[in-house]
Design a protein around this ligand. Structure first.
Ligand SMILES: NC(=O)c1ccc[n+]([C@@H]2O[C@H](COP(=O)([O-])OP(=O)(O)OC[C@H]3O[C@@H](n4cnc5c(N)ncnc54)[C@H](OP(=O)(O)O)[C@@H]3O)[C@@H](O)[C@H]2O)c1
Length: 236
């Protein structure tokens, strides 16, 4: 099996790359960080591929030598919080939407044609999309876009299975900077295990850790004004 993973130089993507390689897959580990890519390429079964996922031509050029994939896992992303919504920072908003959502479009144009018939496409979103959360105007909007994109692709793609991933909190460099409690946070290794199992079973949606994501899913039935009141309370 040939598995391409974006965002493989850190956190969840790195654990996915190592675990798939240990299972015997040929892994194409993607990212921008040259040193980290060189380190990954020392593992048996891992080849590295450097590109900026926000640059369509860079993705196309860098992947030209790869003919086809069994699985493409679009996992690269970043998070920046909106600290002062009243003075909205459109540059921050654009950065987050570009790397989390528009980059998915660039990767789809470049990589989807190379996924074999019967292959798999995995899009990594976030459980933030289940409910509006404080300071998440940019990150939440970008991931809501990813979730919709994945669900719509799942309808339109006939010969490729789509899996949408909604992680809860995962301890990675991305969340190390969080200055708030992260309930039920799991390790990147556990996150990768949840994902590998769900992807293997060709699940339409993979979400974890279940207790956390099920609580969020249950809270979705609250009327919006009630949830907004609770969420405002969280910020005090
Ligand atoms: N950690 C969590 O709690 C959590 C929860 C829900 C969803 N997620 C999602 O899970 C995914 C992985 O997150 P993580 O926590 O593992 O983050 P991470 O440790 O910060 O890793 C992010 C990865 O994305 C890559 N990346 C970022 N910008 C890129 C760009 N312009 N071009 C190419 N690659 C780029 C980085 O590689 P380079 O720096 O080498 O480019 C890195 O490998 C993200 O989509 C994130 O939103 C995470």
């Amino acid at each position: 099996m040939i598995t391409l993973i974006t965002g493989a130089t850190s956190g969840i993507g790195e654990q996915l790359a190592i675990k798939y390689a240990e299972q015997g897959d040929t892994v194409i580990a993607c990212g921008r960080n040259k040193d980290k890519l060189a380190e990954l390429a020392k593992h048996t079964n891992i080849q590295s591929c450097q590109f900026d996922a926000t640059d369509l031509q860079d993705i196309k050029q860098s992947t030209i030598g790869f003919a086809e994939f069994d699985r493409v896992i679009l996992n690269a992303g970043n998070c920046e919080y909106v600290d002062d919504a009243r003075n909205f920072d459109s540059a921050l908003f654009e950065r987050v939407i570009t790397v989390n959502l528009l980059a998915m479009g660039y990767c789809l144009e470049a990589l989807l044609p190379k996924i074999k018939t019967g292959g798999q496409l995995v899009l990594v979103s976030s459980s933030v999309t289940y409910l509006p959360l404080p300071r998440s105007e940019a990150y939440g909007a970008s991931k809501a876009g990813v979730s919709y994109l994945a669900k719509s692709l799942a309808i339109d793609l006939n010969d490729v299975d789509v899996t949408l991933v909604h992680p809860g909190f995962v301890k990675t460099p991305l969340t190390n900077k969080n200055d708030f409690p992260m309930p039920m946070a799991v390790s990147a290794s556990d996150a990768a295990n949840y994902m590998i199992k769900g992807i293997h079973n060709r699940k339409k949606e993979v979400h974890f850790p279940y207790r956390f994501t099920l609580i969020l899913k249950a809270l979705r039935i609250l009327p919006l004004p009630l949830w907004l009141k609770i969420a405002k309370g969280l910020t005090r």
